[in-house]
Ligand binder design. Structure first.
Ligand code: ADP
Ligand code: MG
Length: 510
């Protein structure tokens, strides 16, 4: 080989070395980025950890806060609002009643026919529709006119059916699932909006009166006989079906709970007289807060960016409105650490672009190559060709966030049971914890409703599992979570029936 040949050979060798080194370098870099992404997940897992010991601290904190909220106005972040519902439906209700259910996402109009005994709903008609987005930030008049129009359309259809128009005044229960300072069973003042609603001129007004006015303006003869929130409606239906029902929880767009409290335990309302000796308390538990809640930087960022910072802290960790967005924030962080997500996506930076039902679909993707995850990443977040190993990380993130939410919600429920002495520990009022033998335990039913619990299987399973873990093997068989489908609306009709103007005035359409 001549000099030239040696030179060429050496040049080739050097070039090959450079290429090899570059490839190794790239691989090392990629591995480093992968490790960073995994680290984001590991840190998330650590900060979202909810061992039973921690959940029990949340249980205690919930019970203590409930006590404080009942002791004095403003005594706790839990408002513990009086509902003036002191008699829950017991089966003696009879006739036809209406309900309007304004929740977070959907709006429902209902009619129920009650048959004079427990669990005797002879028939029900329900019409659902999404709340038009623009009405959520419009004016009070526009919102209530829309609701009254829907009711009018619903009632007008009756004329086409077999039923005769009623000669009596119709009565209606209004489910209004926002914090209201109740002034009677059928009236109350809106304290604030939640779940993305923002209509300034409704705050401070009697929402029942707003609705009654809109109904009358449409020429309808319908009386708003009850104003309840969705939890109270759910409790009413639960109690109508099963007299052991003492509390109700909603986990949908937002989250809240209510329960039946002894009148003498409502210290902030000394001398409260109720026919039954008890009253349903609307906890507004979405605003619960405790230092024992496992909070991450993603929760803090979400809170800061929200229209209601420092508010609804529990709800922001638990409910359907927020879970998808917490996951989005974690994925955004991961994509900043690694280009395994592909070219950086602008969509990941858009708040609430990943809605919770989509997040649930990724979480519950059981296909071997996680094709549903790939589809949602591509179509919703514009992240095509994400490798399978990264898709697995995405599923894991969904799992961590959902598991934490479900377990915290379970701790909240046990907190209520503890406050009323139904968790097997003897309650907090007794000072020291008596160990109730399970033989002395009473069956306790908690009514539950909301899309997150009813339609998200893994969420439901995690919640049920955590209830068992917290209550323990001996006590948990006495506690039943019972789904009350459409309870929020049907229950409002039941409360309207239980508080009907008079026996004689009951509408008999059948
Ligand atoms: P609302 O809270 O408006 O009264 P729902 O109780 O039906 O209505 O709850 C709707 C919420 O439940 C949605 O905002 C969504 O977050 C959640 N959700 C509905 N379906 C699913 C699903 N399949 N998986 C996970 N979450 C769901
Ligand atoms: Mg609802």
């Amino acid at each position: 080989m001549g000099r030239l040949g040696v030179g060429i050979a050496m040049g080739c060798a050097v070039a090959a070395c450079i290429v090899a080194a570059a490839m190794v370098g790239k691989r090392v870099k990629r591995r480093r980025k992968w490790k960073k992404m995994v680290k984001v997940l590991e840190e998330l897992e650590e900060s979202c950890d909810t061992p039973v010991a921690r959940l029990k601290q949340v249980v205690d904190a919930m019970a203590v806060e409930m006590h404080a909220g009942l002791a004095s106005e403003g005594g706790s972040k839990l408002k513990m609002l009086l509902t003036y519902v002191d008699k829950l439906p017991n089966g003696s209700e009879k006739g036809t009643y209406y309900a309007l259910d304004l929740g977070g996402t959907n709006f429902r109009v209902l009619r129920v026919h009650l048959g004079d005994q427990r669990s005797a709903i002879l028939g029900q008609d329900i019409e659902r529709q999404p709340i038009p987005q623009h009405l959520m930030t419009s004016t009070s008049k526009n919102l209530f006119d829309f609701i009254a129009s829907s009711l009018k359309d619903f009632i007008e259809k009756e004329g086409n059916g077999l039923e005769q128009p009623s000669p009596w005044r119709r009565e209606l229960g209004f489910t209004f699932s926002f914090p209201v300072k109740q002034t009677s069973v059928s009236s109350g003042i809106l304290m604030k909006w939640t779940k993305g609603f923002a209509i300034e001129d409704t705050i401070g007004r009697d929402v029942s009166e707003c609705l009654q006015l809109a109904i009358s303006n449409k020429g309808l003869d319908v009386r708003v006989a009850a104003l309840v929130n969705d939890t109270v409606g759910t409790l009413a239906l639960g109690h109508y079906n099963d007299e052991d029902t003492v509390a109700a929880v909603i986990i949908g767009t937002g989250t809240n709970a209510c329960y039946l409290e002894r009148a003498d335990a409502i210290i902030k309302c000394q001398g409260l007289l109720t026919t039954s000796g008890g009253m349903v308390i609307n906890m507004e538990w979405g605003n619960f807060w405790s230092s024992h809640l496992p909070r991450t930087s993603y929760d803090i960022d979400l809170d800061v960016a929200s229209p209601n910072p420092n508010d609804q802290g529990f709800e922001k960790m638990i409910s359907g409105m927020y879970l998808g967005d917490i996951v989005r924030r974690v994925l955004l962080r991961m994509s900043e650490e690694s280009d395994d997500f592909g070219p950086s996506s602008s969509k990941l930076t858009i708040p609430f672009v990943l809605r919770t039902p989509l997040m649930a679909s990724m979480h519950e993707d059981y296909s071997p190559d996680l094709s549903e995850v790939a589809k949602i990443l591509e179509e919703v977040l514009e992240l095509p060709d994400v490798p399978v190993k990264v898709r697995k990380l995405v599923v894991k993130v969904c799992d961590v966030i959902t598991r934490r939410a479900a377990r915290l919600a379970a701790a909240g429920i046990v907190g209520i049971l503890k406050k009323i002495g139904r968790d097997g520990s003897g309650g907090i009022a007794s000072g020291k914890f008596r160990s109730d033998r399970p033989s002395r335990m009473r069956r306790t039913v908690v009514a539950i409703e909301g899309g997150l619990y009813t339609r998200y299987t893994l969420f439901r399973e995690y919640l049920n599992e955590a209830m068992k873990e917290i209550l323990g093997e001996e006590v948990s068989p006495y506690v039943v979570l019972r789904v009350m489908e459409d309870g929020s609306g049907i229950g409002a009709a039941l409360v309207a029936a239980a508080n009907s103007a008079s026996e004689a005035d009951r509408v008999q359409l059948q």
